[in-house]
Design a protein around this ligand. Structure first.
Ligand code: ADP
Ligand code: MG
Length: 586
């Protein structure tokens, strides 16, 4: 089936709908469109990035009131108030975001509830906003001389914007920025170690979601022609969140679906309940709450995954390799000092995980750090890659102090790592996971991605990712979700992702764990090739045999201290090492 067929069908249905439907039904459809735009922002913010906001209704209100006041009291045209409403809401979102997005865990949703309520009361108490009676007499939107006065006329504009916003968000998710956004949920350390500024990215999508809410609020004001505080209260904020969750908060079309389900369900309950309940009252809210909880109990992922399972799966093509390669960095001169660790220590409370470790590493070397479990190898890696700061001591990389650097700064210098506990985005394809590695070699941002203006660069990123996957022998699994591959293959994906970053120093934390004999041999050959191409490799490994044939020198750690250093042969016959290993691992 042509993938455009359902889309074309949907557009045709939407175009024809006003001809067949009653005024009331069109009003409902308009409400669904307006809510979808807000829910789209929440799909991005909550569904994808894991940041929960109950306050979106307040942003809708800020834009609606802005346009209401400016058109009624200052006679501005709605098309002029739109940019003003967007800028005002955006500025407010930046200010609120700068404060609340720092909150972690449950404090973030609580924070959004707090400012959501505060803004609601502001609407009700400001003289200029008409207090609780609101602002009436808002003019309709005039489009090229066409007065969009009724629901029927405004319907097309609302749905044009709904579909436009859906496409923009969908484009965004399928891009360099989109991969960074998806890493915000649970993968912050990994994202930072590939140069992604996660704090900035959170603010950017918070702003993005607020601007979508503002667009909806502007449309709302000129649709209803009257605004009052009520529709922008916390209840509405919760409804928007439900819409995103019910539809399927990981998918763009989930927003439209969720908005439809919720709006229609509420309407239906409002009609039905008076027949079932003896007394009047807002029972629909209660019944509704129960239905939502029941629903979430049954399906965590929302409705969209059920629908996609029904759709035929289409095979995605391999990315073309016939595009210009991404920029590469200059590798340092071979043989010079690359990394210098001087009396580095790291303690966790009373535990000295790394204590006074010193060694140097030349560029174009392969160096192994070995030692029993808990010896401090991974902690040492965390110090070099900027994941943790040192407690004391110095670490220099090409004559630059790096012991106080963040992971992001280290990545910019070309220090790239893999993780001992595989740190992939399991639902994302193998190709996309590796593409994230090339983040710092590309530059397109959120706006270009939403408008699909970055396709040339995206093609280069994808080609690079495919090339690295070919290199590690996973070129035939590009489009599989990374989590479906065996653990050994996932480790290889981590290496491919690191290679996509064009490293100067590659840090591999137990790369051969979980690999079979032949795979280990292939990995050793790959690491040798890499070294020949100028990449320096520092690796942690348990497998002595793997290390012995491969590396130039070995550093042995035990209880956080360096107990030996030398060629594999020297170290192997060192009594202290034999002792540590006999006492440590079998
Ligand atoms: P290795 O990689 O050599 O097996 P690690 O560097 O992971 O060892 O751990 C060294 C020691 O530091 C262990 O005792 C471990 O429990 C402890 N450790 C590691 N990371 C942390 C942390 N973030 N907080 C507290 N203790 C830690
Ligand atoms: Mg470890």
């Amino acid at each position: 089936m042509n993938p455009w067929l359902p889309v074309g069908g949907l557009v045709a249905v939407l175009l024809a709908a006003p001809l067949a439907l009653s005024e009331f039904q069109i009003v409902l459809l308009n409400y669904i469109g307006l809510a979808s735009i807000v829910a789209l922002g929440l799909v991005l913010l909550t569904g994808i990035a894991g940041l929960m906001s109950f306050g979106q209704a307040a942003f809708v209100g800020v834009a609606a009131y802005t346009s209401a006041v400016l058109t009624t009291q200052y006679n501005m045209s709605p098309w002029l108030t739109l940019p003003v409403a967007l800028v005002l809401t955006g500025t407010l979102a930046l200010a609120i975001g700068a404060i609340t997005l720092r909150l972690s865990g449950h404090y973030l949703p609580l924070g959004t509830i707090a400012w959501g309520i505060a803004i609601f009361y502001l609407f009700g108490n400001l003289e200029i906003l008409g207090k609780y009676s609101g602002v009436a007499g808002i003019p309709s939107i005039n489009l090229f001389g066409l007065e969009l006065g009724g629901a029927r006329e405004l319907y097309y504009l609302i749905w044009l914007m709904t579909i436009g916003a859906s496409i923009a968000v969908r484009n965004l998710l399928d891009s360099r920025s989109g991969r960074a956004i998806r890493a915000l949920k649970n993968r912050v350390t990994m994202a930072e170690s590939f140069g992604i500024d996660t704090a900035r990215m959170k603010i950017v999508i918070f702003l993005y979601a607020a601007l979508l809410a503002a667009l909806s609020g502007w449309l709302y004001a000129h649709f209803l022609r009257y605004v009052s505080p009520q529709p922008f209260n916390l209840n509405s904020g919760i409804d928007y969140l439900f819409m995103a969750v019910i539809g399927g908060s990981g998918a763009v079309w989930g927003a439209v679906l969720g908005a439809s389900i919720l709006t229609l369900l509420k309407e239906w309950l409002k009609d039905l309940l008076p027949y079932l309940m003896p007394q009047s009252g807002n029972y629909e809210t209660v019944v509704f709450g129960f239905m939502v909880v029941l629903f979430l109990h049954r399906t965590r992922e929302g409705v969209i995954p059920y629908l996609t399972r029904l759709m035929p799966r289409k095979d995605k093509p391999r990315p073309s390799l016939e595009v210009a390669a991404l920029p590469r960095r200059a590798q340092p001169e071979a043989g010079g000092t690359l990394l210098s660790i001087d009396q580095a220590s790291k303690s966790f409370g009373a535990l000295q995980a790394v204590s006074n470790v010193s060694f140097e590493m030349r560029s174009d070397e392969i160096l192994a750090v070995i030692g029993p479990n808990g010896a401090g190898k991974s902690t040492l890696f965390n110090l070099v890659s900027g994941v943790l700061p040192v407690s004391s001591g110095r670490i220099s990389f090409l004559d630059q102090r790096i012991d106080r650097m963040t992971g992001r700064e280290a990545a910019r210098l070309g220090i790239v790592r893999t993780f001992q506990h595989v740190n992939l985005m399991k639902n994302m394809s193998v190709l996309e996971n590796v593409a994230l590695g090339a983040h710092l070699r590309s530059s397109s941002g959120v706006v270009a991605s939403s408008l699909r203006l970055e396709r040339a660069e995206e093609a280069r990123i994808m080609a690079e990712a495919a090339r690295q996957l070919d290199r590690i022998g996973l070129g035939d699994r590009l489009h599989d979700p990374a989590g479906t591959l065996p653990l050994g293959a996932q480790r290889l994906i981590e290496i491919a992702r690191a290679l996509a970053a064009d490293p100067v120093l590659l840090l591999l934390d137990e790369p051969a764990a979980g690999l079979r004999h032949l795979e280990k041999k292939a990995l050793a050959a790959l690491l040798n090739d890499l070294r020949k191409s100028g990449v320096s490799i520092l690796l942690v490994e348990h497998d002595m045999e793997f290390v012995m044939g491969l590396v130039d020198r070995v550093i042995v750690l035990n209880f956080g201290q360096k107990i030996a250093e030398g060629t594999p042969r020297e170290v192997q016959s060192n009594p202290a090492v034999i002792d540590a290993y006999l006492g440590g691992i079998e």
